[in-house]
Design a protein around this ligand. Structure first.
Ligand code: COA
Length: 183
């Protein structure tokens, strides 16, 4: 396995990674909501801060996706994804809006926002750490001063991973934890 920048050919595999590593998105409408919220924006609008774990056939089996500035993300998301998301799932549209408000404070000091997912066959082999390393190097080069993310408080794997990497717990509540890393 290797880490490399995202390429447009990875789009469908990234959507598959997003679906395989999620839970609770079962219907076609929920699946589209998942992709709109957690995957497509980053690949289409900020692919320079997306990195891939590729297998021996150069197929994407993991990714780290990142918006460099959360406020810009919110504006662009509203313009391009808000209406489609609302159409497929009012519930997820509302949840996404609330999460946007919840992240506003952390984004002041830690502007970048990330998602990381690796399919089971690529996990626990150091690839997640290498993905964050690649993103951190790119963000530093771009002058970004900090990065944050939200994770389910019951996601033991994720929580343990972020702590081990050096992310600090910024806020906890509503079943989730916001982690932040100074760059
Ligand atoms: C969380 C995730 C990105 C970690 O990536 P990874 O490549 O498996 O992690 P690494 O191999 O780099 O592990 C680094 C450290 O994280 C912690 N960690 C990773 N997987 C863990 C697990 N299953 N249980 C407990 N700790 C774990 C360990 O401290 C590990 O260090 P160690 O192996 O020396 O003990 C990956 O497991 C994943 O995609 N999980 C499913 C989706 C998900 O939960 N994404 C995050 C949601 S916000």
């Amino acid at each position: 396995m290797k880490i490399r920048p995202y390429q447009p050919k990875d789009f469908e595999n990234c959507r598959d990674i997003c679906l395989v590593t999620s839970s609770g998105f079962n219907t076609p409408e929920e699946t589209k909501a998942l992709w709109y919220m957690y995957c497509d924006y980053y690949l289409l609008y900020e692919s320079d801060t997306c990195f891939i774990v590729a297998n021996e056939k150069d197929e994407a089996i993991g990714y780290i996706l990142c918006a460099k500035d959360y406020n810009t993300y919110k504006k662009q998301f509203k313009q391009h994804f808000s209406a489609p998301l609302r159409k497929v799932s009012l519930k997820h549209w509302l949840m996404h809006g609330i999460s946007g408000l919840y992240m506003t404070a952390v984004a002041r000091k830690y502007p970048a926002h990330l998602h990381i997912d690796i399919k089971p066959e690529g996990q626990r082999q150091g690839m997640g750490t290498k993905l964050v390393d690649a993103l951190v190097a790119k963000l530093k080069e771009s002058g970004v001063k900090g990065v944050h993310l939200g994770v389910g408080a019951d996601n033991e794997k994720g929580v343990s991973f972020y702590k081990k990497y050096g992310f600090k717990e910024y806020k906890k509540g509503f079943g989730s934890i916001v982690f932040a890393l100074d760059l």
